[in-house]
Write a protein that binds this ligand. Structure first.
Ligand SMILES: [Cu+2]
Length: 128
């Protein structure tokens, strides 16, 4: 019985650890705050990002959100860009998949179009 309890506790603990985000970063503008996270460490290729968004400290109901990642042209390489409309998961949480096609620093812009009011651009960057 004791062993079973330990087993259950261990399983519970490892599940909890697995659910912790492998990547997290806070991006801010004057009015918006976005927690950007991913279940896996960011890598070359397709990355699924979760965006937890607050505008003026509240969840912006019905906001449209898009994400753009880009890298300026480098010697011997053209500029690269990947853009995606984010899917709303409710309660200010959004999901978007972007393609970061090479290692290095990518600029990231998050576009938030609230139900009312002006479009907001939140700038950040990610390294991989
Ligand atoms: Cu490049």
């Amino acid at each position: 019985m004791k062993r079973l309890l330990i087993l259950i506790a261990t399983l519970f603990l490892s599940t909890t650890l697995l659910q912790a985000a492998a990547f997290e970063k806070i991006a801010k503008s004057r009015s918006a705050k976005v927690l950007v996270s991913s279940d896996k460490p960011l890598h070359v290729g397709s990355n699924t990002l979760y965006l937890d968004i607050k505008v003026k400290n509240t969840v912006p109901e019905g906001a449209k959100v898009a994400v753009k990642v880009f890298m300026p042209a480098m010697p011997g390489m053209p500029a690269m860009e990947s853009r995606a409309d984010a899917e709303s998961l409710g309660n200010g949480r959004y999901k978007a998949t972007v393609n970061t096609a090479m290692g290095g620093t990518w600029q990231m812009h998050i576009f938030i179009t609230p139900n009312t009011g002006k479009k907001i651009r939140v700038k950040s960057s990610v390294n991989l």
